[in-house]
Write a protein that binds this ligand. Sequence first.
Ligand code: ATP
Ligand code: MG
Ligand code: MG
Length: 550
Amino acid sequence: NEATSKNFIEQAIEKDLAEGVYDTVHTRFPPEPNGYLHIGHAKSILLNYGLAQKYHGKFNMRFDDTNPTKEKIEFVESIKADIQWLGADWEDRLFFASDYFDQMYEAAVKLIKKGKAYVCDLNAEQIREYRGTLTEPGKESPYRNRSVEENLQLFEEMRDGKYADGEKVLRAKIDMASPNINMRDPIIYRVAHITHHNTGDKWCIYPMYDFAHPIEDAIEGITHSICTLEFEDHRPLYDWVVRELEYPHPPRQIEFAKLYLTNVVTGKRYIKKLVEEGIVDGWDDPRLVSIAALRRRGFTPESIKMFVDLCGISKSQSSVDYAMLEYCIREDLKLKKPRLMAVLDPIKLVIDNYPEGQVEYLDAANNLENEELGSRKIPFCRELYIERDDFMEEPPKKYFRLFPGNEVRLMHAYFVKCESFVKDENGKVIEVHCTYDPETKAGSGFTGRKVKGTIHWVPASYAIEAQVRLYENIIDEEKGVYNEDGSLNLNPNSLTVVDHAYLEPAFEGSKAYDSFQFVRNGFFCVDAKDSTPEKLVFNRIVSLKSSFKL
Ligand code: ATP
Ligand code: MG
Ligand code: MG
């Protein structure tokens, strides 16, 4: 049973608690501030935060900012905003790994003093050569047996700026014959004369990820350090670091499979390319799955949480259909949001027997499945807009909407019968003429006859004009994600802009991030970047039809 069974991480935690390995649970989310977070990160955030909640433990927010080459303060702010939006509350536990540089330096000195680290003069290429391969053991560096005193002095000189980038490194002294290449004397400190966004020019040596990360976890008292599968064979090194540094309550690393979506790009490199080439309008373009993009498109934190829960936590790599994410937002919004009428491809409908200049206000429930959303009055008058494809001059079989002689219900209003239509000089239908039957008013209890079709409409002289953006996946996976030259295979129809949609007056005053069901057309959200009170802009979050079934 999905709801009650425990995933393998929960099982491991409960075992640790039962055996007294840890008496509390303390997790963290440790992004590197080198880009925007995406749906995959959301999984990691909600997992770590959720575990802390579930076991009444703590959750840390930590910027893993130990590599100054790629990091920017701009990303720190966007990451914080995204995590807050998702609802993961770090309270007062916001940390920066760079604040631990002194402690990391001391940790390296401690290893040197224990004879467990040495300064090596081999260059990057030589180190790679000496490292060996999966089938061949590595070769020991000629600098491996330097004395503790010499290593201490050289490391100090590295710190003091005596050496150029790449001239010397500090390596852990482990085992050049280990079957695990990560254990073959990995580099733990390198020289890099770069200004750091937090520590400025204080340091010209920086710790490597595999050395820094376990120290960060240990300093913060993390118990379960959850990461993705590619770090599985780094775990022996993680354990080596915390053991050799003799932390009293060493943290434990647990890996799970990354989240991948079909038909969606999450790779930073590619998103950057899409942004730089102007194919999308920034990191928050609604076609992307960065958290900022999902928010702008109209996804909710609840829908993302539902999605992540449905995906589950696993040890094996797989990708999840984008349709499942769509399913989750539909489920989340369907009872919460008003169902209003908007016409995306308008054509005029004239009710010939409705008096010119007359208007009446019809009652309409905002959501038939949720009374709490109340009701509204919709003005009804002689001229309306309907969807172009709700009329056909020559209908195929089983077409129950408007065609000459046919009668349909106008939603929340009356039956209308198509009497005639008008074409322009190109043969395009520009007006449909109907008569209405006053007896058939919605809510009047009329049972005299039935119609098979119900269509939506907007009163012409009360309509609000809006721009509506319709989206498809930016990548068409059936044709392959990449072209032969390695470029992305883009779907040319990923964005359709509808410039003259008409909305019923109830939409007036809609603000950024407000979302609605447009009856029959899907769920839509006011675009936070481009919408103005004068010209509303909506993003289609998702259509109403689903290809995904639970
Ligand atoms: P990069 O090295 O390109 O920055 P990254 O996306 O893994 O890769 P991090 O900032 O290191 O960037 O990620 C922070 C956390 O999010 C890590 O613990 C990482 O394992 C997790 N994470 C990243 N991508 C996914 C994903 N697709 N699914 C689940 N967790 C992920
Ligand atoms: Mg990252
Ligand atoms: Mg990373």
